[in-house]
Design a protein around this ligand. Structure first.
Ligand code: A3P
Length: 342
């Protein structure tokens, strides 16, 4: 039975020896991070290039730490996405499928249903994940090639949610412009955001390589990676929820079907339902992780939740630029975005 994780239980008081070890490891990681190429493009969000992807600087200590410490078990489920691809939705659905208690989503923010690993590991203490009840659900934005080998080699499973990059960019643009800023930095124009995004200069970018890596692994090892698309989820949520439940080893029983469980999971996880809840509208997320100015408004995980919002923002040239990149990168891979012109 999946019970709600108490993330604080992962941090008990360290011994003096542990404190010294953790401090030493942290200094070592900081030295490595400071030697990486840096970009200030998104103003309030410094990025560093690590293994071919641009990571938020504040998160990178967590990435390095978990690459060293993470020991997955065979029953773990990793919920993976490029930022602003519908992670919040994926977390809500996976939580509701596991618990079979979708109504619990009325009293917790979906982001608090499963810890984001790199954020969880980014603080001064190394979390003890053994304290979490099994089966565990984690989330991450880390590209497949950057995940620790322990995840590649373990029978643990990955559910990847992919979104049309033009919609992902529009969502990222609004999200980053809405973030708390260290000082009154001006908002970024969309043209500049497009420029940076196309060069891969965005959180965990480039998006095309991110999606392609998980896509290729899902083709190679379908038992390892379930590859889902935001647009398909929007078109037929019940079908995708059934696929997720099968994949998670929690298929719906005849009784679940009779009781309308699938419909309830979809309803309680819907944008309309979640975005209207007080718990999802008020306050900041991430404060407990000590990420300084990266603290994010809980409400900012819900904007309008639509497919094709890019048509309201993009010029024809911008769209063609995105589509040309997709044609080039996804060439002969079999990966397409059905709701774009590619
Ligand atoms: P928009 O900005 O296009 O509205 P992430 O969760 O990865 O940060 O992605 C956020 C995006 O997912 C936002 O997109 C947000 O509105 C959308 N979203 C959040 N919850 C959703 C839900 N339950 N159903 C559909 N979309 C959702």
């Amino acid at each position: 039975m999946f019970s709600t994780p108490h993330f604080s239980e992962c941090f008990d008081t360290p011994t003096e020896e542990q404190k010294v070890d953790e401090l030493r490891a942290r200094q070592h990681h900081e030295e490595e991070i400071y030697s990486l190429p840096r970009h200030e493009g998104w103003r309030q969000l410094s990025l560093r290039l690590y293994k071919g992807f641009w990571f938020p600087e504040a998160i990178l200590p967590g990435v390095l730490s978990l690459r060293h410490h993470l020991r997955p078990t065979s029953s773990d489920i990793f919920l993976v996405s490029f930022p602003k691809s519908g992670t919040t939705w994926l977390k809500a659905l996976a939580f509701a499928i596991s618990t079979r208690k979708p109504e619990l989503l009325q009293s917790r923010h979906p982001q608090d249903c499963s810890p984001n690993l790199e954020t969880f590991f980014a603080g001064p203490r190394v979390p003890d994940l053994d304290a979490l009840p099994s089966p565990r659900q984690f989330s991450t934005h880390i590209p497949y090639s950057v995940l620790p080998k322990s995840v590649h080699d373990s029978p643990c499973r990955i559910i990847y949610l992919c979104r049309e990059p033009k919609d992902t960019l529009v969502s990222t643009y609004h999200f980053v412009n809405g973030m708390q800023r260290p000082e009154a930095a001006p908002q970024m124009p969309l043209t500049e955001a497009v420029e940076l995004f196309c060069k891969g200069l965005t959180m965990y970018g480039p998006v095309w390589e991110h999606q392609l890596e998980y896509w290729q692994e899902s083709q190679r090892r379908p038992e390892k990676v379930l590859f889902l698309k935001y647009e398909d989820l929007m078109a037929d949520p019940e079908a995708i929820v059934r696929r997720m439940a099968e994949y998670m080893g929690k298929p719906f029983s005849a009784a679940d079907e009779m009781n309308g469980m699938v419909g309830e999971i979809v309803r309680f996880s819907s944008f309309e339902k979640l975005s209207g809840l007080e718990i999802n509208k008020v306050g900041l997320w991430g404060k407990e992780f000590d990420l300084g100015h990266l603290a994010i408004k809980k409400a900012s995980f819900f904007r309008n939740g639509k497919v094709g919002d890019w048509t309201e923002h993009f010029t024809a040239e911008m769209a063609e630029r995105f589509d040309a990149i997709a044609r080039d990168k996804f060439h002969q891979s079999g990966l397409t975005h059905s709701h774009s012109s590619v």
